[in-house]
Design a protein. Structure first.
Length: 312
């Protein structure tokens, strides 16, 4: 049989196999109704999920996440803690976040493997190069969620760092006005809820934990770990030491606010100094060619015309 017929058949078979494997993972391991009822009695919050949640893509992903993430799940507590911290730094502090993240890595790898196999078969046929293309594209799909996670972490850390000096100024004003640290955090959360969303989310979590009765030291420590910003960790350590030794919290907040504001101004000045270097590349690639055409174009046209006249 001609290879022109075998290649489409192979691609179709590969796609069908991938769809069958994904559907079996999503719908194959269904729990019995008795097990579901026992879990609902054990955890009443599961009753809200019901069929509505299972009918959505998120519900199907959550139900298939344990099976998908089992193959690449961390094997020790250290790796699990590192993964949880990374997800918390990106803003995902849910207990199910690691499992869903690992499931997304497997799904992404499967989708990219199908695409890589199809591209390899269409361009290179059934050969070793096609297999290498499949493996390479699948590897890209496996590490794509890692890259996205790192970008989200970087963006969130920067947003929290830039909004911290303003929040600390408001905290200083509230504490010096007579409010306690807990009440001051709630007040700052209300004032900055529209301009500092990421920071207010973490402060809301801190307020909820304090209202539930957790010790302030543990709440502040977790706050520094979740944000992942070094200056926030320094602030948390200062607040814990001030509470332990009875020092003035307002003074500690003011010193840290001044330090972070100076650092933010230095970062802005650094970016401004880099502008001259960064503008060289668009200047050379886009502006100079246009100027060259405008200045040299008429002279070049006159030279060409003169050469043509002399030739005639």
């Amino acid at each position: 049989m001609d290879m022109n017929y075998l290649i489409p058949l192979g691609v179709a078979g590969l796609i069908a196999t991938a769809v069958w494997a994904l559907s079996s993972l999503l719908f194959g391991d269904k729990e019995s109704r008795t097990t579901e009822r026992l879990k609902e009695l054990r955890d009443p919050r599961r009753r809200k999920d019901g069929k509505e949640e299972n009918a959505t893509v998120g519900g199907m992903l959550k139900s298939a996440a344990p099976t998908l993430s089992k193959a690449i799940a961390p094997v020790n507590d250290l790796e699990k803690n590192i993964l949880k911290v990374d997800l918390a730094n990106a803003g995902y502090s849910s207990p199910h976040a690691p499992m869903i993240y690992l499931s997304l890595k497997m799904i992404s790898m499967g989708i990219f493997a199908v695409l890589g196999g199809a591209i390899g078969l269409l361009l290179q046929g059934a050969s070793t190069n096609a297999l290498m293309t499949l493996v390479g594209v699948a590897g890209i799909g496996f590490y794509l969620p890692v890259i996205v996670l790192q970008v989200l972490i970087s963006y969130r850390k920067e947003a929290i760092f830039l909004s911290m000096p303003d929040a600390l100024d408001l905290l200083v004003v509230c504490v010096e006005a007579g409010l306690g640290l807990d009440a001051a955090m709630r007040r700052v959360n209300e004032e900055l809820s529209d301009t500092a969303v990421e920071l207010c989310e973490e402060m809301t979590t801190c307020n909820m934990q304090l209202q539930m009765g957790r010790p302030r030291r543990e709440v502040l420590h977790d706050f520094g770990i979740r944000t992942g910003v070094d200056d926030v960790k320094t602030l948390v350590a200062i607040l814990i030491q001030a509470e332990r030794f009875g020092a003035s919290i307002a003074t500690a907040l003011r010193v840290q606010s001044d330090s972070m504001r100076i650092k933010r101004r230095q970062m802005a000045e650094e970016q401004a100094q880099k502008t001259g270097v960064k503008i060289i590349f668009p200047l050379v690639l886009f502006i100079f060619p246009g100027i060259f055409v405008v200045l040299v174009g008429p002279a070049a046209i006159m030279v060409v015309r003169q050469m043509l006249q002399d030739g005639m």
